[in-house]
Design a protein around this ligand. Structure first.
Ligand SMILES: *Cc1c(COP(=O)(O)O)cnc(C)c1O
Length: 415
């Protein structure tokens, strides 16, 4: 085993970091170590500038004209293609719209419609809960449909897939542990059984280089407010493979999904392209903040992002295990970086209080019930020195047991 890097080695890592200059494109408070970009990405001057133009000039002066003159109406598909470029999707298959939860509903319902003779949805018992909640919603409209869950009905998702399965709904990166799935292999496995696969990319987009087109994915959905830094509640995206666009129909058939929205016809006729996965009028201000945030990605190589993400997460694991040995933390994330997304989770019996104490000390990660300390590493704005400092502060919080103070026990609504 090689020795754990010391501070001077860490400083060298920072000065050799090819992504280091990107830190200046973000607005982060001085002295704060922000390891929660996997929950809400950082703000940026680019996003603020877009927001201001959209609000003051386009809304303030352009008013209704801006739907045409400022490109508002087209923006969901324009930004969809830009996100498509970050997830390996050719143009015309991705649109920015609604929330991830709503897009899960649309994708799952559309996928069920492509396999009308089958009645089983396979998902993960350890899924981000909203995926399962939305699946319950879909099931409530399709009598006879049932759900099989990994970790409940079998140990692995692969064992659950047979020729009765209509859809496999799966998170590429587990939100809690950071465990990463092999997208190509699982997509192939689903297709061999004749099933459709829906990928939830909330913890993938902006963190990992993937190629939806190359792996032959069917549907995908994801957030833009996590690693893509679109801002709180920024609209989500949905990808539908071109080969499905003609036949896939989603049930939230609002006027923005219509072939001719401004013809004001009585009956619904879906657009033939990805617009059919929109519903109604989109939130333009949020979408414009996202546009600004996406501008930052123009010169970014996702392979370099992944390389740095692996280095940051490996370093954090190594430092925490060395500094905090015997202090009650155990690694929850896969140790093998090839099987891990851009986050590291440790288990601690009092994870909530420990995280509150860390936040008070200026290290923002988050807590996931019941015992997870979760740390997200966003290579665009996190450096190696911050990893060192975060591990050092965690050690101090654990060694001094400051987290035992009563003030850290009070739970807020959002953790
Ligand atoms: C963050 C996240 C969501 C969030 O869905 P919203 O509708 O935006 O609240 C959904 N799925 C996964 C896997 C997530 O990580």
């Amino acid at each position: 085993m090689t020795a754990t890097p010391d501070l001077s080695a860490i400083e060298t890592m920072d000065s050799n970091d090819p992504l280091r200059h990107l830190r200046d494109r973000f607005t982060l408070p001085e002295g704060l170590i922000y390891l929660d970009g996997n929950s809400l990405g950082a703000a940026s001057p680019a996003a603020f500038a877009e927001l201001e133009i959209a609000a003051k000039d386009e809304w303030g002066s352009g008013l209704i004209r801006s739907w045409n003159t400022a490109g508002w109406f087209e923006l969901p598909v324009v930004l969809g293609d830009r996100i498509g470029a970050l997830i390996g999707a050719g143009p015309g298959q991705t649109v920015v719209a609604d929330t991830t939860s709503i897009n899960i509903y649309k994708a799952l319902h559309a996928a069920m419609g492509l396999r009308p003779d089958r009645k089983v949805i396979v998902a993960e018992g350890g899924s981000f809960p909203t995926d399962l909640y939305m699946a319950e919603g879909v099931i409530s409209t399709l009598p006879g449909t049932t759900m099989r869950l990994e970790g409940v009905h079998a140990q692995t998702i692969e064992e659950l897939i047979d020729d009765s399965v209509a859809v496999v709904l799966v998170n590429q990166v587990n939100y809690k542990s950071g465990a990463l799935r092999d997208m190509a292999a699982l997509t192939r496995r689903a297709h061999e059984a004749g099933a459709i696969i829906v990928w939830d990319l909330c913890h993938t987009a902006g963190a990992l280089p993937i190629s939806l087109d190359d792996v032959n994915a069917d549907f995908a959905v994801g957030c833009t407010y996590k690693y893509l830094n679109g801002g709180p509640g920024a609209p989500a995206f949905i990808y539908v493979a071109e080969r499905h666009l003609g036949a896939a129909s989603q049930p939230l058939s609002g006027w923005w999904a219509h072939a001719r929205p401004f013809a004001m016809e009585r009956g619904f006729e879906a657009d033939t392209g990805i617009r059919r996965f929109q519903c109604g009028t989109q939130c333009m201000l949020s979408m414009r903040a996202l546009k600004g945030a996406l501008d930052i990605w123009d010169d970014v190589d996702l392979n370099a992002v992944r390389e740095k993400s692996v280095a940051l997460t490996d370093l954090f694991i190594e430092l925490v295990e060395e500094k905090c040995a015997g202090l009650g933390v155990t690694l929850e994330s896969p140790r093998d970086s090839a099987k891990r997304g851009s986050q590291v989770s440790f288990l601690h019996d009092n994870a909530y209080a420990v995280m509150q104490a860390l936040i008070e000390r200026g290290v923002i990660g988050d807590f996931r019930a019941p015992t997870t300390l979760r740390f997200g590493f966003t290579p665009l704005y996190i450096g190696y020195r911050e990893v060192w400092d975060a591990a050092t502060i965690l050690e101090d919080v654990l060694r001094t047991e400051v987290w035992k103070d009563d003030r850290f026990a009070v739970r807020a609504a959002v953790t």
